[in-house]
Design a protein around this ligand. Structure first.
Ligand code: SIN
Length: 500
């Protein structure tokens, strides 16, 4: 603990072992993997590198717990979730510190993520008591039909590194409210906050095995995930990550016909019409685009600006970008941290190179920090590209980096065509003051979530999820999210007439 690059008010919140059935455990192999601070490139701790041989014991713990937990009264489940919620909120400062060191995001964004994430514990505490079945009287005489909802069983959450707390609480909150048990496999880059959440779940009183955490390295992630997906006792898998990996997970789950929820890639268009409130569009775009250095599936990946305001809007965007302070996320003045991985930096560099070769121009590029202690951090200076077109890599794939590429368009029809010209369909954003156009865009854009004059549509009460290759199933929102963790049973019964 003394070698950690930060201090915590409550050191017990820092845990670096995997968690199963109320015990902190290591890997059967005894192996561990390193966890890095992306701001300095330094390893500051390690976690057990669990492998496929560790899966069965964890799943059996979750199944054992499920057999009791499923019977717990919904109000008791809600109370446990609320207790957990309050414990997380009380530890907000320490959790934000750990989050900043494992993801690289600035502290202010780490607090923002915790606030967003605890929206899910709060929301799903409420949902626990709203699970409802149905009763009907069918056409056949003397019949009644009942539909009852029950928890599906042991579930698994495979989560990415960009919003490790929010993604965990969005999935685990729904599962635990429904009466399921959950095995979380955090990303190898960001296992620590998930372990803190497990520690707090135990403190909140969740029974042993209700929430287990399997940490693993990048090397072991594919085989461990496959073993979880194919384990006969795992009934449901919720995955957030790339479309490529999502389709591999889908094929593993197909073997046992497991229920799945997929929140996959984005490549989201952000469209600004001539009649838009430009200041609003700018404020929403900068907050969406620069959040976590562009490392969000819902970020604006392609920015379409109508020709009448293109130059003016570009100038405003550049002026704003000059105010970004790039540096280590733990420094108060910093507004953008590093990328979480070196892979991210390499991809961003190759995308910018490709765009420039195909005719784009750099309108602005921030310099990476020159301080010696940040020299090995994964920094990529926020970059604004103009004169973008469809031939470029940035147009065809998510950047997951602070690259803002601006495209010029003339007509509404052209904007719709360009926006939909992708396999992805997670979110789309439109800025216009024309109500009729808003309706047309809402109906024509191919995306699971549409922001009208807003760049922020993620909230516990709003169904989150995409269409096309961005996945299926909804997380958060009323009824739909918890339904992902329930089975429906249809009961048909005969009611005899009373003999007079
Ligand atoms: C993501 O884009 O990866 C999730 C972000 C969110 O929940 O808003």
């Amino acid at each position: 603990m003394s070698s950690l690059p930060f201090t915590l008010k409550d050191p017990a919140l820092f845990n670096n072992e995997a968690y199963c059935h109320g015990e902190w455990i290591g890997a059967k192999s005894g192996k561990r993997f390193s966890v890095e601070d992306p701001g300095s490139g330094q390893c500051f701790t390690s976690c057990p590198d669990l492998g496929e041989e560790d899966v069965d014991a964890v799943v059996r713990s979750s199944q054992k717990a499920f057999e009791e937990y499923r019977l717990l009264n919904p109000r008791t489940r809600a109370e446990l979730l609320l207790k957990w919620h309050h414990l997380i909120r009380e530890s907000r400062d320490d959790i934000a510190t750990i989050l900043t060191y494992e993801t690289g995001k600035p502290l202010s964004e780490a607090f923002g993520e915790i606030d967003y994430a605890t929206g899910f514990t709060w929301w799903f505490a409420g949902e626990a008591e709203r699970i409802r079945g149905d009763i009907s009287t069918p056409s056949a005489p003397g019949r009644r039909v009942l539909v009852i909802k029950q928890p599906i069983g042991v579930c698994a959450a495979l989560v990415p590194w960009n919003f490790p707390i929010a993604m965990i609480l969005r999935k685990v909150g729904a599962a635990l409210a429904a009466g399921c048990t959950m095995i979380a496999k955090p990303s190898p880059e960001t296992p620590l906050t998930t372990l803190t959440l497990a520690y707090l779940a135990e403190k909140a009183g969740f029974p042993k095995g209700v929430f287990n955490v399997m940490t693993t390295s990048n090397e072991n992630t594919p085989s461990l995930s496959e073993a979880i997906c194919k384990h006969p006792l795992v009934q449901k898998v919720s995955f957030t990550g790339s479309t490529r990996v999502g389709s591999i997970i889908a094929s593993h789950c197909a073997v046992g016909l497991k229920k799945v929820t997929f929140e996959l890639g984005g490549n989201c268009p952000f469209i600004i019409f001539d009649d838009a409130n430009q200041d609003l569009a700018l404020a929403q775009l900068t907050s969406l685009k620069w959040r976590h250095a562009g490392q969000a599936c819902v970020t604006a990946n392609r920015i379409y600006v109508q020709e009448g305001i293109y130059e003016k809007f570009l100038t405003k965007l550049v002026e704003h970008a000059k105010t970004i302070k790039l540096g280590h996320g733990s420094m108060e003045s910093v507004t953008m941290g590093p990328l979480t991985t070196q892979r991210g930096v390499d991809k961003a560099k190759s995308q910018v190179k490709d765009a420039l070769q195909r005719g784009a121009k750099i309108a602005h590029k921030c310099q990476v920090p020159s301080d010696s202690e940040l020299r090995n951090g994964y920094f990529f200076g926020p970059t604004i590209l103009r004169d973008m077109d469809s031939s470029m890599l940035v147009t065809q794939e998510e950047s997951f980096a602070p690259i803002a590429g601006l495209y010029k368009f003339k007509t509404e029809a052209e904007a719709v065509k360009l926006a939909n010209d992708t396999d992805m369909g997670l979110a789309s954003y439109v800025f216009t003051r024309d109500v009729n156009r808003s309706w047309r865009m809402m109906e024509q854009l191919e995306a699971g979530m549409i922001g009208l004059n807003t760049g922020s549509s993620s909230a516990a009460e709003s169904p989150f999820g995409g269409m096309k290759m961005s996945g299926y199933g909804k997380e958060s929102g009323k009824d739909v999210a918890i339904a992902e963790y329930l089975i429906s049973k249809t009961i048909t019964m005969t009611v005899e007439s009373a003999s007079l």
